[in-house]
Design a protein around this ligand. Structure first.
Ligand code: PEP
Length: 253
């Protein structure tokens, strides 16, 4: 049975006291209201990770992810955070390949493959983000494009390594735009990606990989998206900054 996951990507938002307040509210609401085995992964700014960790420690439902890590192991890379540092701080997950990092920091599929490698070498699970632009969706083989992101950044892994990876399909045209992919559009891509994994690694491995949908998910759109057979949860940006809204999204999973 693959994991059901709802992750909240706070991006570069919230000051420290606001981040702590959001976490406390969220932990209380989720513990009171959420049934079932959904895992909640918070992705605060890296500076806050050890602080936020103290607030989630008593709830096994919660985990933390960094929003990025270096592709390098250690050394003279001012401003960077290594996967080993994340592990040493008790952080279990890291977002890799978010479209904002691909776009603003020129992260290529090859660099992302290195990030995946260093994360796995340090027992930090990558949440690997992929997705196409609006132009690609309208004018080209958009499914082939996203499949290729997986091929170039993940398909060098062994089956055991791949099973530690969570995939997040996030169409760029739906991120922060208020435009959500329809459940049919998202399911089409999720099924195609699972099929692509199955071709390389076999059906059994593919069935174990959690594939999350991200792109303007709200409490109103979550239930329909999460009801699709290949959508195992969500990666939520804007709506994860509001405790009530995010709790309702988690409840939909
Ligand atoms: C994201 O940044 O991963 C994201 C999905 O953002 P939003 O939910 O705001 O579209």
């Amino acid at each position: 049975m693959r994991k059901k996951i709802v992750a909240g990507n706070w991006k570069m938002n919230k000051l420290m006291d606001e981040a702590v307040a959001l976490t406390s509210e969220l932990v209380n609401m989720v513990n009171d209201e959420v049934q079932g085995d959904v895992k909640v992964i918070l992705c605060p700014p890296a500076l806050y990770l050890p602080v936020i960790k103290r607030y989630i420690e008593d709830s096994s439902r919660f985990d933390l992810a960094a929003q990025n890590c270096s592709d390098k192991v250690s050394g003279a890379f001012t401003g960077e955070i290594s996967a080993a540092m994340l592990q040493s701080a008790g952080i279990g997950y890291v977002l890799i390949g978010h479209s904002e990092r691909r776009q603003y920091f020129n992260e290529s599929n090859a660099v992302l493959a290195e990030k995946v490698n260093t994360a796995l070498a340090n027992v930090v699970s990558p949440i690997f983000c992929c997705g196409e632009s609006l132009e690609q969706r309208q004018n080209s083989d958009y499914i082939g494009f996203v499949k290729n992101q997986l091929t170039e950044s993940l398909f060098h892994l062994t089956p055991e390594q791949l099973q530690a990876v969570v995939i997040a399909y996030e169409p760029i045209w739906a991120i922060g735009t208020g435009l959500t992919a329809s459940a049919e559009q998202a399911q089409e891509m999720h099924a195609a990606l699972r099929g692509h994994i199955a071709e390389k690694y076999g059906r059994e491995v593919a069935e174990e990989i959690s594939i999350l949908y991200g792109g303007s998910v709200t409490a109103a759109s979550a239930a329909e998206l999460f009801a699709s057979p290949d959508i195992d949860g969500g990666l939520v940006g804007g709506a994860s900054l509001k405790s009530r809204e995010f709790t309702n999204i988690i409840k939909a999973r």
